[in-house]
Design a protein around this ligand. Sequence first.
Ligand SMILES: *Cc1c(COP(=O)(O)O)cnc(C)c1O
Length: 350
Amino acid sequence: MSKFLSDKFKSLSPYVPGEQPKGMQYIKLNTNESPFEPSQGVLEAVAKEANKLQLYSDPDLTELIKTLAEVYGVSTKNVIATNGSDEVLNFAFMAYTDRENGAAFANITYGFYSVFAKLHGCPYTEIPLKEDFSIDPEDYCGINKTIFIANPNAPTGLTITLEKIREILRTNPHNVVVIDEAYVDFGGESAVSLINEFDNLLVTGTFSKSRSLAGARLGFGFASEKIIEDLNTIRFSTNPYNVNRMTLAAGVASLKEDDYNKANCQKIIATRARVKKELENLGFFVLDSKANFLFAKKDGVRGKELYLGLKEKGVLVRHFDKEIIGDFLRITIGTDLQMDKFLECLKELL
Ligand SMILES: *Cc1c(COP(=O)(O)O)cnc(C)c1O
């Protein structure tokens, strides 16, 4: 740390992403990326954009916003696109959490929420999960805070119903409720249909998981026109060209070939069911994930040791050094071949 750093940032502990190994070739099941390449149309669209890189990208993100609105059945005024969904989440923290009672989110959820809260100096409350690792929607009803809920939640993969989300929205009319749907395409139920009913709802999504574009950095948000206006004020106050030309082209092409993405999600869902069963046969306790990962532990086996053992064998999974979930592994669902290799290594270790 230099002596120049602002006091307000001195105690920041930044988000720690899963490893992106450089040397050794791992079977990479640690950051919930898709094991499938982007569709052919995406590859072509990106290549076609290369000779226009001397020009700035469209600050209004027109084509992408239009296509997102079409695919999700909303008006273009209800859509924002961002540099990964982390950016729209960051904007939401900036816009809504330094007021009144700050933010609220689960104690076990996406690690970036607390990082953003600290970055912006927002007070926040972490609400414990229930004993079965699920979110109790009752805990969020009428709490008068800006709420962030990942649905499906990470790293558990568990969901809450639209009925419960409706209840949370209804009982917090003076606060924004953010539903982070990074994993919704793997079996969750989207809250997008509620944006016309509730002016306090912001639904966020990403191309990183179900659309094979983690490296392109593309996220989006759906909300009432006024919330989108707020978020665009912040977008234009930080980086009006937040989505680059190649990523804009990739996003539009990906949405035009969404059947390809949907078919890949179906493959992941089928593989997830198979691997869950196999893990259970090996004595693991596995949560009922609706995401592209499984969260599992085995009594009498230390999560950290299993993680290290798998790594030594060339399989990377995610382990969190955190009480309550320290014995769990979060295992991204890859191709069937990758998962077979993972199971083989796991059996050797056990
Ligand atoms: C991966 C993830 C995100 C962010 O993804 P981006 O790559 O920034 O779009 C947001 N929320 C959750 C819960 C995630 O797991």
